[in-house]
Design a protein around this ligand. Structure first.
Ligand SMILES: Cc1cc2nc3c(=O)[nH]c(=O)nc-3n(C[C@H](O)[C@H](O)[C@H](O)COP(=O)(O)O)c2cc1C
Length: 181
């Protein structure tokens, strides 16, 4: 049976390197019969978590009514969450991180957020894979904390300019990962 997959993207560059990976993954997953929602976090107005613990009071996920509330239910109901992102300062871009920080609402709100599948598609300009250590460690700890099943991590080094990723095998690998889901 087809799964519901949410792809959270982190880059403000439409058609950029991680966006290309996201689209390739989506093509593979849709080809395999899954339903995929691509949520671009960069243009959303999602503020940082205020730690007010007002999650789900009054019915909505975040007490402060920003764009997170428009995507929360879709994330909650997904069978799988895939992160497609550039590396920013050895970590996740702030826009995507703000969305991830608000996953807190699901925990505080007592929602069933465990047991999902997930994957990571990440690219950066650095030629060294060690530059991705912080993000990968953070991703790994989140997966462990949430009892998610990691279906794959695609790490692409040495890409900067838009389209550079098309000179690598990453789009093909992202599509294959989507098809295997
Ligand atoms: C604000 C900012 C911070 C960045 N920080 C890093 C970094 O820490 N390490 C790295 O390898 N590349 C870094 N980069 C480069 C991007 O990760 C790289 O250009 C990537 O391919 C962009 O992907 P995109 O086309 O999906 O936006 C940074 C780029 C920006 C704009």
């Amino acid at each position: 049976m087809g799964k519901k997959i949410v792809v959270l993207t982190g880059s403000p560059r439409k058609g950029g390197n991680s966006d290309r990976m996201a689209d390739a993954f989506i093509a593979g997953a849709q080809g395999a019969g899954h339903t995929v929602a691509k949520i671009e976090t960069a243009p959303l107005d999602v503020k940082g978590c205020r730690a007010c613990d007002g999650c789900y009071r009054g019915g909505r996920a975040c007490f402060f009514n920003d764009d997170f509330n428009g995507i929360a239910q879709e994330i909650l109901e997904a069978d799988a969450v895939v992160f497609a992102t550039p590396l920013y300062w050895f970590s996740f871009p702030a826009q995507l991180k703000n969305v991830m920080d608000k996953f807190y609402a699901f925990v505080v709100g007592g929602k069933e957020f465990k047991g999902k599948e997930c994957a990571l598609l990440v690219c950066g300009g650095d030629a060294e894979e060690t530059a991705f250590d912080g993000l990968l460690r953070s991703y790994g700890l989140i997966v462990e904390y949430l009892d998610w099943t990691d279906r794959g991590r695609l790490v692409v080094t040495g890409v900067n300019a838009k389209g550079e990723i098309d000179k690598t095998d990453a789009p093909g690998r992202a599509e294959a990962l989507g098809a295997e889901f």
